[in-house]
Design a protein around this ligand. Structure first.
Ligand code: SGN
Ligand code: CA
Length: 538
């Protein structure tokens, strides 16, 4: 029966005209940003909604489906991208932390889409090192990329493009949409640098939010008193680690000499400033100069200084997001102009979540909700119900399988996720996963978040910081902000024992045999004091 069905399908495909083939194989536009927290998207969170930070992304949500329980497997940039390329966890695709290089020779979904008849392209941040494979056209930013007048690596060499990175990447994608072969379906990945640190908005957005106060997250002054020790030994606090000059571009010198902070291993803020033309730098200084002057006059300390830093940070972050949101609008407008909107699945996502002052932090890495959650919004005309919201537990592990399924291409058995197509169709598959698996590997490294793995179910979360043998358990229903580690609570031991078993089952299922040994106490002390050295991650 199966054979007959396959033969019939094959026969019908052979008879399709190019335009009919297009209808059965929809185009895929994947818009992917760097560090865009769901909480900074109007369609996700009421927190910033009054500011209307993302009208175009919200429109996409209104036209399609919002995944409310969308998670990454490893909350850091390169690894998230490697999971998406391969449909496999980090320990399987070999890209466990940003210091690794991606093996482009392995199986990736764009290569499989090419085999299925798709033309593929990638523009923007790759962060996987090496020349991308599986793309007919590409232009990627070296490393983290720069916001102003960035370099790109292309199949024919390096180029420097004047302008603002988000706009340039969008221009490249629009050019591709206009010039590609109209007789083949396409899969286009538009991967912005924004809103990644150091948060540098486009010149036209420098005054956005000047007259408003960004609402502070409820946990801005969290002191992590009831968490396990790792939360108190990190380096991602707005208060103690966010640098006025390096992160917030505050002029600390009489003539704005802008010396890079000595504390930082990475000098991207400095590199970005140096790239600006005199005109760009002037517009930049004109915008920040008066604000810096007012800041110096106010001579703030303690919580007041944290509040000020949070405002400067959140505003610049949201200004970068405004650029991304405009890109989404321009790309969708282009699809419409070209008559492609009805036959293109548009997906918006970002490599992980982000702390926008939540728990007093910036950056990501933790298995805590703010960084574990990824935005995922998909509009597939005629398939996704407009304005719908899905609550199944989904991961970036599922994207490769989903893209292949959308294209009608077979999903290789060694991919570890599941196609989201049934969910996009509004179905409720009875065998859908009941828990997700997470594993973060980059320690010691920038921001000092220890390695950990864990499980999250609809209600609970169990985390093991294995180098230190510290455990955390949260009941997300009772404690959604994860303020109180209930691991030692006698009343929770039964639930915890069950979760531990499920966690081991997941480790077996996904064949994670990476080293999770507990380190000796002396080594732990050295790591905590920051003395322990390892090749720093890029
Ligand atoms: C850089 C950033 C860090 C960030 C890592 C990883 N410093 O080192 O703040 O955590 O990248 O980010 S910066 O000065 O260059 O911005 S990731 O998104 O690439 O994983
Ligand atoms: Ca990122």
């Amino acid at each position: 029966m199966k054979l007959i069905r396959s033969l019939l399908l094959l026969a019908s495909c052979a008879l399709l005209t190019p335009s009919q083939a297009r209808d059965t194989q929809p185009n895929i536009l994947f818009i992917f940003t760097d560090d865009h927290a769901p909480s900074a998207i109007g369609a996700y969170d009421a927190w910033l909604r009054a500011l209307n930070p993302t009208p175009n992304i919200d429109r996409l949500a209104a036209d399609g489906m919002v995944f409310e329980n969308s998670f990454c497997t490893n909350a850091i940039c390169g690894p998230s991208r490697a999971v998406i390329q391969t449909g496999k966890h980090s320990h399987k695709n070999g890209f466990m932390n940003n210091g690794n290089s991606f093996d482009w020779n392995q199986q990736t979904f764009p290569k499989l889409l090419q085999k299925a008849g798709y033309q593929t392209a990638l523009y923007g941040k790759s962060h996987l090192q090496g020349k991308p494979q599986g793309f007919d056209d590409w232009a990627v930013l070296p490393g983290q990329g720069l916001y102003y007048n960035p370099d790109f690596i292309t199949p024919t060499g390096k180029e420097t493009v004047p302008g603002y990175c988000t706009d340039i990447v969008t221009d490249k994608a629009i050019k591709y949409l206009k010039e590609r072969d109209p007789n083949k379906p396409f899969m286009l990945m538009v991967q912005h640098k924004a809103p990644h640190r150091n948060w540098m908005p486009a010149l036209r957005h420098l005054h956005l939010y000047d007259d408003v106060t960004i609402p502070e997250p409820a946990t801005l002054f969290d002191k992590w008193e009831d968490n396990a020790p790792p939360a108190r030994h990190q380096e991602l606090e707005v208060d103690r680690h966010m640098d006025l000059n390096f992160d917030l571009f505050v002029d600390l010198t009489p003539d704005f000499a802008f010396e890079p902070s000595q504390k930082r291993q990475d000098r991207s803020a400095y590199a970005n400033m140096q790239r600006m033309t005199p005109e760009q730098l002037k517009a930049w200084r004109d915008a920040y100069g008066p604000k810096d002057e007012a800041f110096h006059k106010a001579s703030l300390h303690g919580d007041d200084l944290v509040r000020w830093k949070f405002q400067r940070y959140a505003k610049n972050y949201l200004r970068c997001i405004k650029g991304v949101d405009e890109s989404v609008g321009r790309l969708r407008e282009t699809l419409k102009e070209l008559g492609l909107d009805e036959n293109t699945v548009v997906i918006y996502s970002s490599d992980q979540g982000f702390f926008v002052g939540h728990h007093g932090w910036y950056d990501k890495r933790w298995m805590y909700e703010e960084s574990l959650k990824m935005p995922l919004i998909a509009a597939w005309p005629g398939v996704t119900k407009p304005g719908s919201r899905d609550t199944h537990l989904v991961q970036n592990l599922d994207y490769a399988e989903t893209f292949l399924d959308i294209a009608g291409a077979p999903i290789p058995a060694d991919m570890q996720g599941a196609s989201l197509v049934p969910l996009l169709k509004g179905q409720n598959p009875p065998d859908w996963r009941k828990s997700i698996y997470y594993h973060y590997y980059e320690y010691p490294s920038v921001h000092m978040v220890p390695r950990h793995y864990g499980i999250r179910t609809e209600r609970y979360k169990l985390i093991h910081f294995y180098q230190f043998d510290e455990w955390e358990f949260y009941d997300l229903k009772e404690d959604p902000d994860e303020l109180t580690n209930r691991y030692p609570d006698p009343a929770e031991q039964e639930v915890i024992a069950d979760l531990k078993k499920q966690l081991e089952d997941l480790r077996t299922q996904y064949q994670d045999d990476s080293d999770v040994s507990v380190k000796p106490k002396a080594w732990q002390e050295e790591m905590r004091s920051g003395k322990w050295e390892e090749k720093p991650a890029r």
